[in-house]
Design a protein around this ligand. Structure first.
Ligand code: SF4
Length: 203
């Protein structure tokens, strides 16, 4: 995949049928936001509202994400938002490892084109897919992990905060850390932005 721009990449993906999620989707949800963003969010998969509108994080979890961004002085137009898989799994189940692996080249290309400084993984599935190992959110949330081309920061998925209001405070604190990491002068390790699809069997 050699797309130079997000528009090229979206054209290349077309109406992708590389995995079985093509059968359950209404719309493929590619991603949305600033194509030169320093901060890129990766969720797990589109949900019902996203599938209907073709845009990421437009449901209740998306509203909370907007509030969290506002709390650190950012707007949606400042960041880029996408998901590990671009099509909604039936009944909002977790995506299977083979689906994540099939979709991984698209995420990897988005990272290569946008070149964010910080990639914030929203939730365990996204964090595990990006880090290439099973992530324990209780231990790893809010930390900054150097990856080739970017820093990875896992935070709890906003949907978790909707289920358990006590989690909101934890996510707010982690967003404060995101702001601090963005302001730091430290550059990410050199290298092409990569993810680790071959290790998807770990979770
Ligand atoms: S989830 Fe990804 S690989 Fe699977 S059909 Fe959708 S775009 Fe293609």
């Amino acid at each position: 995949m050699f797309a130079l721009t997000l528009n090229d990449l979206r054209e290349e993906i077309g109406e992708c049928e590389l995995c079985s999620l093509c059968k359950s989707r209404t719309r493929l949800v590619f991603g949305d936001g600033n194509d030169e963003a320093s901060l890129l969010f990766v969720g797990e998969a589109p949900g019902r509202a996203e599938d209907a509108q073709g845009l990421p994080f437009v449901g209740p979890a998306g509203k909370l994400l907007d509030t969290l961004l506002d709390g650190i002085g950012l707007k949606r137009s400042d960041v880029y938002i996408t998901n590990v898989v671009k099509c909604r799994p039936p009944g909002n189940r977790d995506p299977y490892p083979e689906e994540i692996e099939a979709c991984n080249p698209f995420l990897r290309s988005q990272l290569s084109i946008i070149k964010p400084k910080i990639v914030c993984a929203l939730g365990r599935i996204a964090a595990s897919a990006l880090l290439g190992k099973n992530v324990q959110m209780t231990r790893m949330h809010g930390q900054k992990f150097p990856m080739p081309g970017f820093f990875l920061v896992p935070v709890y998925h906003p949907a978790a905060a909707l289920r358990n209001p006590a989690t909101v405070k934890v996510i707010e604190e982690d967003f404060g850390l995101l702001r601090m990491y963005l302001n730091e002068d430290e550059e990410p390790p050199p290298g092409e932005s990569q993810t680790e699809p071959e290790q998807m069997g770990l979770f």
